[in-house]
Design a protein around this ligand. Structure first.
Ligand SMILES: Cc1cc2nc3c(=O)[nH]c(=O)nc-3n(C[C@H](O)[C@H](O)[C@H](O)COP(=O)(O)O)c2cc1C
Length: 306
């Protein structure tokens, strides 16, 4: 009997739905036992999010400051053949509940020398979060054998409005007669994610087959090359402002509020000016940067392939 652990957390239920479809073939298999570990923050995050609380979460997200979580149901002594870490992205970083799990002593025991598949469901900016994840996995002596990233169906531009509206109002839309489309990962993409579970089940049955080529050829990730440098710049800016905000007090401190209000105006101004200008410059330079972009795409799509 092969043993699989699935660690997950979801606010709206979206990531849990993805997990359900993804793991269905494993759950239905007679020779695989699946354990689900739902991360429970001691004080859960609100959904829908009040605007300032939402923004106030970015410094700790970016600096991977773990919030307290309840003791996991697994003890750490179990030996799993594979661990699936299902997480969403908050501010270009793994969401805080997953950050907390990765820093819990139980995770150190569980993940040591263990193959890991990461499963992401987010708007569409996950590259920098996965860099944080890879670093944590290396520190924990775990080996990343697959990554699946599922993104919102609305596309880069429209999801930029649709996803914040969803997390701030709790309603997925569409809004304004369809001008802003429905937020979230499509039902079809969720149902189709069963193919990953099937591949994992088949690989678990063959000794030595749980390897980094495991999810190749299944369109596990799609790298949007236009977002690579935007994510890098965004993460750098989050670190600078995040350092200032953390110096002013912990999450929720009133001293942070005026800076957050100023920052939200600054952020919108940057997004409306610098981001489109950067994308235009990138497009103009693209004939000269093709090779570098191909290298970057290969790097970010590893280990599962574009
Ligand atoms: C505080 C916060 C920050 C977010 N930041 C990002 C982000 O940087 N990149 C991204 O692609 N999605 C981002 N999202 C969207 C989430 O990754 C995810 O798609 C959404 O919150 C639904 O997840 P759920 O399963 O917890 O409901 C953010 C959501 C929240 C609540």
């Amino acid at each position: 009997m092969k043993k699989v652990l699935v660690v997950h957390y979801s606010q709206s239920g979206q990531l849990d739905n993805v997990v359900r479809e993804f793991t269905r073939p494993l759950v239905e298999s007679d020779d695989v036992s699946v354990t689900f570990e739902n991360i429970k923050p001691v004080e859960d995050f609100p959904f829908p999010w009040p605007f300032l609380t939402f923004l106030d979460t970015f410094p700790e997200s970016v600096y991977l400051d773990p919030p307290p979580i309840e003791a996991p149901g697994v003890s750490g002594d179990e030996n799993f053949d594979l661990v699936i870490l299902a997480y969403q992205v908050w501010f270009l970083s793994p969401a805080l509940p997953m950050t907390a799990f990765l820093q819990h002593p139980v995770a150190r025991q569980l993940l040591d020398n263990t193959p890991v598949v990461t499963l992401i469901a987010c708007r569409n900016m996950w590259l920098m979060a996965q860099e944080d994840m890879k670093q944590k996995l290396t520190e924990l002596n775990a080996s990343l054998v697959g990554n699946v990233a599922m993104v919102d169906e609305a596309g880069s531009l429209l999801s930029f409005f649709a996803t914040p509206l969803w997390v701030l109002t709790g309603r997925k839309g569409p809004f304004w007669g369809g001008l802003i489309p429905k937020a979230g990962v499509s039902e079809k993409a969720m149902v189709d994610s069963e193919r990953f579970g099937r591949r994992i089940r088949d690989r678990l049955r063959v000794k030595e087959k749980v390897s980094p080529d495991m999810l190749r050829g299944l369109a596990a990730v799609r790298i949007n090359e236009g977002l690579i440098s935007s994510e890098r710049t965004g993460k750098r800016a989050f670190r600078i402002w995040g350092r200032l905000l953390r110096a002013l007090g912990p999450r929720g401190a009133w001293q942070r509020k005026p800076v957050l209000v100023f920052y939200s105006v600054f952020l919108v101004a940057m997004i409306l000016t610098v981001v489109p200008a950067g994308m235009l410059i990138k497009r103009l330079l693209s004939p000269f940067t093709r090779k570098r972009i191909a290298r970057q795409k290969a790097y970010f799509s590893a280990p599962s392939g574009d």
